[in-house]
Design a protein around this ligand. Sequence first.
Ligand code: ADE
Ligand code: ZN
Length: 341
Amino acid sequence: MDQDAIKNFISGLPKAELHLHIEGTFEPELMFGIAERNHIDLKYNSVDDLKSAYDFNNLQEFLDIYYSGTNVLIEEQDFYDLTWAYLQKIHSQNVLHTEIFFDPQTHTSRGVAFDKVISGIHRALGDGRSKLGISSFLILSFLRHLSEESAFQTLEEALPYKSWITAIGLDSSEKGHPPNKFERVFTKAQAEGFLTVAHAGEEGSPEYVWEALKLLQVSRIDHGNRSLEDSLLIDELVKRKMSLTVCPLSNLKLKVVRDMTQHPLAKMLDKGMMATVNSDDPAYFGGYVNENYEAVAVALKLTKGQIVQLAKNSFTASFLNEVEKKAMIEKVDLYYRDQKN
Ligand code: ADE
Ligand code: ZN
């Protein structure tokens, strides 16, 4: 398959996205627009000036810029516009279902009410459903560089909005902030009926993945790249059919991988791990879901069958119910069959 054929094949493929930070979809043009209407000065003079700062050597360098970008988000409408722009983008990429993270502490710590953040996102997701036919779930993510106490407080704030939130996640600076720091608050979250996921093994050691499984009882591991360093862990992940939400362009931009031909995704698939492809923070890493599929398909010389497997995995690993999953997977099968004829 030549590059154009791969691109076309991926573009029409029905997909789900399971690892996406809504704050990471903040495109510079929208950031400048919202900054202006909120009378906030960005420290960059232009979109190009801002984009030229998107050059990262590790996760922390990225996070510093990512958090500073969120400072212009103040009103409910800002969170709506951010989410709506993302939904329109993925609609053009044949993403039928998305499960998005939001980081409330990033906003409440600046004095923005939890209600404004979640109401704007929730309203856009409703419009995504009614106007674009995109189904979605929301995942509240704790910032792991902050304290356990702050996570408990955030969980309390979230309880009145329980019906809008499907799962609790864990993100931000990984090293030095192991999952065990959040065991108690995750236990409480589960008792309140939330599912759990956690970033682990992006920069942190395989031990972080073990802890996410055993202490946080996660339904998915976000990233999980470094799991491949531990053969017992690989066996455990395969046995549990544990899904990994892998983010290839993110891994490249944050130097988690040296170049895309070294990306662990092919090895994950070979070993029978339930890997999925996602965009993480597309406005910062140079691509949405389709560009992530394309990057690995080309660099790792994936077959059409493997690309289709990734799309099916994205639905299998989602929080949709079994009937919905089956219907989505049938759409993938149908597409593949039509493409063959
Ligand atoms: N927050 C946004 N993107 C992230 C990533 N890739 N890892 C950890 N925290 C994040
Ligand atoms: Zn992430």
